[in-house]
Each structure stands twice: as structure tokens, then as C-alpha cells.
Design a protein around this ligand. Structure first.
Ligand SMILES: [Zn+2]
Length: 84
């Protein structure tokens, strides 16, 4: 089954988003002093993994969990969390 033109547009936009946000998602936390909710971190990490940005996905969860102390809420992540 092939993708429709609309689906291909969504896929292309998602790939472009990931290319930019793979560089930006981690910087946002430090530069703006903000954090992601667990759900926000999970869906963003999932999108990165789907596009083969696995290291970025792990870095995102690690940074997020270091701030929130919630690594147990992210069972898909296998890395170590550094103290904040
Ligand atoms: Zn979390």
C-alpha cells in the first residue's frame, strides 16, 4: 500500500521537523530554562527514534528525566541519568 499525496506531505514535514528539532530540542531546555512534560518528552523521543535519531531521543529523555527525576516513567529508555 502506498502513501497518498497528503500522507507523503505529512511524512515530508515530519522529516523536516525532526532534522531541525534534533539540533534544537535539547538546546531549548538549557537556553530557555524550561522542561518537557513526560508525555511531551516521550512523543518527541518517539518521533526521533522513528527517524533513526536514537541518540538524540536518548539524550532528550536523559535531560528531561534529570530535571524531573522520572526515569522510571520512561521504560523505553535504557541510559543512565546524570544528577541535575
Ligand atoms: Zn518524565
Amino acid at each position: 500500500m502506498s502513501a497518498t499525496a497528503e500522507e507523503e506531505g505529512v511524512i515530508g514535514a515530519a522529516k523536516a521537523f525532526v532534522e531541525i528539532w534534533a539540533q534544537t530540542a535539547l538546546v531549548v531546555i538549557d537556553d530557555y530554562g524550561c522542561t518537557y512534560t513526560c508525555d511531551e518528552a516521550d512523543v518527541l523521543a518517539e518521533l526521533f527514534r522513528a527517524c533513526n535519531w536514537n541518540e538524540t531521543a536518548d539524550d532528550l529523555i536523559r535531560e528531561h528525566a534529570a530535571d524531573d527525576g522520572c526515569l522510571e516513567e520512561h521504560p523505553g529508555y535504557g541510559g543512565e541519568v546524570e544528577a541535575a
